[in-house]
Design a protein around this ligand. Structure first.
Ligand code: PXP
Length: 239
């Protein structure tokens, strides 16, 4: 069975829309773990548009499984990660104007910076993963430099989730290929981005992918399936 790490960023997005105290991503994380998630993922972005540093501090105290922090390779984020010590850090590219992470890290030009940050995290006992596209050149480069700083990588599944029919099958094959390259090279393999109940099965069936990171579709669905109870609660409170 593939592990599920639930990304609770968008619970915080809803909270930050009002700069209110709720909904609380820590409460969402507790529910997710109770329902069988093996870990919780958050992305502390430089612009703090959803998750705040205080959320990371509280999640560090409350998450029972693996706490995975997605972050850019900046000095600020490295200091924060070292301060709170999440179980895992997933290094991602970050562009201030982007709506969500737009693609994997390009290790060919930016590899040195990634390695330097990763080594500092690893020295503190944090597992380091890098988010990369299912591109065999990136994996080859990662494998040629991987020793001693990275434990695994997360495959960006976005292209697969955006494609249909034969194109989706071709994207899936790229994911299969880089998974086996990574496993042969002794790395742990994770995957995520854009996964929904409609497209997850094919990825969850790939042998060797240890964990899927899923956020937007779960939080979106939670809002709708929770609407019935929320309206009933309000009517009861009014009566
Ligand atoms: N993996 C990475 C590196 C991400 O940046 C995100 C989005 O925060 C996810 C996985 C989860 O993607 P989604 O929210 O589309 O499920």
């Amino acid at each position: 069975m593939t592990d599920l790490s639930v990304n609770v960023d968008h619970v915080a997005t809803l909270r930050q829309a009002r700069k209110a105290a709720f909904p609380d991503p820590v409460e969402a994380a507790e529910i997710a773990e109770r329902q069988g998630a093996t870990g919780i993922t958050i992305h502390l972005r430089s612009d703090r548009r959803h998750i705040q540093e205080s959320d990371l501090a509280r999640l560090r105290e409350t998450v029972k499984g693996k706490l995975n922090l997605e972050m850019a390779t900046t000095e600020e984020m490295t200091t924060i990660a070292l301060r709170y010590g999440p179980d895992q850090v997933s290094l991602v590219p970050e562009r201030p104007e982007e709506v969500t992470t737009e693609g994997g890290l390009d290790l060919l030009p930016s590899g040195e910076r990634v390695v330097a940050v990763a080594k500092q995290l690893k020295a503190k006992g944090i597992v380091v993963s890098v988010f990369i596209d299912p591109d065999s050149r990136q994996i080859e480069h990662l494998l040629s430099t991987a020793a001693g700083w990275v434990e695994g990588f997360e495959i960006n599944t976005d292209s697969y989730t955006q494609a249909d029919g034969a194109a989706a099958q071709a994207e899936l094959q790229k994911i299969v290929q880089v998974t086996s390259m990574g496993l042969d090279g002794g790395l742990r393999v994770f995957a995520g981005h854009g996964l929904t109940t409609a497209n997850v099965r094919a990825v969850a069936s790939i042998p060797g992918i240890e964990e899927l990171n899923i956020g937007h579709s779960i939080v979106s669905r939670a809002v709708l399936v929770g609407m019935e109870e929320a309206v009933s609660e309000m009517l009861r409170a009014m009566a």
